[in-house]
Design a protein around this ligand. Sequence first.
Ligand code: FES
Ligand code: FE2
Length: 370
Amino acid sequence: MAAPIDADALEAVLRPFGRSRTLPAAAYTDPQIFAWELRHLFAGTWTCLGRADEVRERQRALTVGGIGILLTRDEGTVRAFANVCRHRGHELLPEGGAADRIAVVCPYHGWAYRLDGTLSTATAMREVADFDPAEHGLVELPAVVWEGWLFINATGDAPPFADHLGDLDGLLRPYRSAELRLGAAHDYRVAANWKVIVENYQECYHCPQIHPELCRVSPPASGSNWDLPGAWVGGSMDLREHAETMSTDGRGAGVFIDGAPRRSVRYVALFPNLLVSAHPDYVMTHRLWPVSPGVTEVECRWYFPEEITDPAYAVDFWDLTNRQDWAACESVQRGVGSPHFRPGPLAPNEDAVYRWTTLIARAYASGHLY
Ligand code: FES
Ligand SMILES: [Fe+2]
């Protein structure tokens, strides 16, 4: 199902680079488009739910793109199921709830499931002729752990995760993210549409204006963007000669990720909600959780090699940069909400923004991302 959006406005977004326009205001403000995105761009694709090892309880319920999900952890294995009892559809756990039981027990009539989703007990159903418990296990949904992050497809009909990832796998493998340790976590609530945040992340055209500290360690015009298979957009930027990483003075802890590129930083947005910034010595992520058309929760996480015990050099630098970005994004959100906003042209160094806006516009027009 195509998005409820003006087709003429999408035509302008999809013109060749150099002649295109940004997304129309409705893409950032309209509750109907937002609801469409949750269903088609979040539930319908591979949404990142954070690190797999953060699922500590045996059962947890959450909503992805409007679809209720039950995550279970059975020793090291995390699985995703529809949060719907196979008897008459009651939710197994309330949204946001968690439990550490080894049985998933429906609160309505007490049917019980194992953590692998198979039905273990259904009181009174033994007396029902032809009732076969094997036919009434929970509906399992695709779930994948990649580089330590958990991704699920809530509708169950997206192409395989490997296709979603495309060539990104090889570009981030050198950072061995799954082996890194969480060093710091900041949560922000940003008064901007989730796409405004991704678009801001995709260009450094704004860096000389709002990030003087960043420009001291990384030339804003350096690097280039990739155009490779997969549902992601990104590129790399160089470090200045004196800088060994992104920090206020360019110094890190003198410890690097074995095998990671040393003179550049890779910035990628894996559709729809995980931004990965891979440095020579740490990996930072922003995980976006859209709350409403104009509000997004952003979980920022920093992961380091075990030897790095004081993450302040990276955290202080990026917390400042994050806040500079959020202020810009919130201003853009107010601007696109004006009745006088008109979609604008993109500069030559906004090619990754173009890749992103065309990805979105094609999905709006066709009804699906892939
Ligand atoms: S709906 Fe779950 S046991 Fe009846
Ligand atoms: Fe920025």
